[in-house]
Design a protein around this ligand. Structure first.
Ligand code: G6P
Length: 463
């Protein structure tokens, strides 16, 4: 068998893992996948070049070879900030109200996919497996096929797939989805997103769809659609948890909270994460149970993300206002209820924080999977575990039904869940932890990679 070629928009080598919280699940997952398979990880360097520069720069680090290109200011503006993050991201997270559509950014998206195809094609040999990731690169498979590539090519979508009725609001939606049918295998985080995709293919494209096997046949080509719930790098995360850095971080948090229970949230500063709604839930908790204000301290770690996109500027301003409002109303001279932190921390530090915080709050309005939920549970002390409050709209809720499941749109629901978590007896915390930990440990990122790769290797290709 040949080597593995992974292609994603962002390439993050291990040494750049410092701001783990800012990276999202994809970068960490691919690092682990590539450590286990010999291969090349191709994508954008994250840097801006002055002009069209086709130079590929390669690097090897801890067994992972990366090959990256720079993008021009215009490419970043149209492809990354524009079509990927102002059109596809909000639409795929069911936020039609935030979805912008501009013909020019659509063209930029196609142009950059074309550039990716030009640059990566010479790196691909006959028997190589190609695995493309996420919404930035949906058309890449078709672009590779148009260059004559007959290799097996798979695609994994790390974010949700919206219901057909929402999806059809995207101009040229057919064109985009038709390009996906040039992959041999298309992976989704959950069965729900896979079903929506199959529904679209049958209803809108008139493709022949087999719900059971997930096969989609159109114009003589067949693509298999399947769910592969992503997991965390359990071994690596546990090893991080053993470090002095993790212990110190936990100590630091504990010594600063004293007799109050620490509740923690860690999210990229993104509207899909439901952060204002979360603060509303916490505000409601303080309103309903004012006698308990001193029992709790909420720590929200929220590294800024995609700062050139307007909707991200707005969410940041909204959060600053809400956090300020609640703190203004509820603080005392010796006590502040919300610590709102706009920076990232290393994985080791996050492990320490998660273990020290007796409540984890993961309440996205919509999320493909959400690995913070899994990392929170993975970091708990089995003898005295904390409680995870989890949104019913995170892909992770399907795998972790024994968490305290909430509707993030309901401040009352969240307020009551916080009180339940604060008062939960040890035996029940342990029962919920025991019911969840196996899937967090066993359905890990290595398992995810192995499953996807096994299927990609064994299915036929329509080349
Ligand atoms: C999500 C996406 C990833 C993306 C990450 C961070 O997890 O699925 O593709 O890399 O967010 O976002 P950024 O725009 O900084 O790459």
């Amino acid at each position: 068998m040949g080597k593995l070629i992974v292609v994603s928009n962002r390439v993050a080598v291990p040494k750049a893992r410092g701001a783990a919280g800012a990276q999202g699940g994809l970068a960490g997952a691919l690092n682990s996948a590539l450590r286990d398979y010999k291969g090349i990880w191709f994508g954008w360097s994250g840097a801006e070049s002055d002009d069209e520069n086709d130079e590929i720069s390669t690097q090897s680090h801890e067994g992972v070879t990366t090959a990256t290109i720079d993008l021009s200011h215009r490419d970043i503006d149209e492809y990354y900030n524009g079509y990927a993050n102002a059109t596809l991201w909000p639409l795929f997270h069911f936020r039609l109200d935030l979805t912008e559509y501009e013909r020019e950014t659509g063209k930029g998206y196609e142009r950059v996919n074309e550039r990716f195809a030009d640059s990566v094609t010479p790196l691909i040999e006959e028997d190589d497996l190609v695995w493309v990731h996420d919404y930035h690169l949906i058309p890449l498979g078709e672009r590779l096929r148009s260059r004559g590539l007959k290799n097996r090519i798979g695609f994994f979508l790390h974010i949700p797939w919206p219901p057909t009725r929402l999806f059809v609001s995207l101009p040229y939606h057919e064109r985009l989805v038709r390009t996906m049918l040039h992959y041999d295998l298309v992976g989704f985080q959950t069965v729900e997103w896979r079903e929506s995709f199959l529904h679209y293919c049958s209803e809108e494209l008139g493709a022949e769809v087999n719900e059971e096997t997930g096969s989609v046949t159109l114009d003589g080509r067949t693509t298999i659609a399947k769910a592969y719930p992503i997991g965390i790098d359990w071994d690596h995360f546990q090893a991080e948890g053993e470090t002095g850095e993790a212990r110190q971080a936990g100590q630091r948090l504990l010594s600063s909270t004293r007799r109050r229970t620490a509740m923690i949230g860690v999210d990229r500063l993104d509207y899909s994460k439901g952060l204002p709604e979360r603060l509303d839930g916490i505000g409601r908790f303080f309103d309903q149970f004012p006698e308990r204000v001193r029992d709790l301290v909420f720590i929200q770690i929220a590294p800024p993300s995609r700062e050139d996109v307007e909707s991200y500027k707005q969410i940041r301003a909204e959060l600053e206002q809400k956090a300020g409002q609640i703190n203004g109303a509820r603080s005392e001279v010796d006590m502040v209820p919300i610590r709102y932190v706009n920076r990232g921390y290393s994985h080791a530090e996050l492990f320490g924080f998660f273990r020290a915080a007796k409540i984890g709050l993961v309440t996205p309005l919509r999320d493909g999977m959400n690995l913070v939920a899994k990392e929170y549970v993975a970091a708990q002390d089995p003898l005295d575990p904390g409680v995870l409050i989890l949104s019913q709209f995170a892909g992770a809720a399907l795998q972790m039904p024994e968490s305290l499941i909430v509707n993030p749109h309901s401040p009352d629901d969240m307020a009551y869940a916080i009180r339940t978590a604060l008062d939960m007896p040890l035996a029940e915390r342990q029962r919920r932890y025991e019911a969840t930990i196996d899937t967090v440990r066993d359905d890990n990122v290595q398992h995810w990679t192995k499953d996807f790769m096994a299927d990609l290797t064994s299915i036929g290709t329509s080349g």
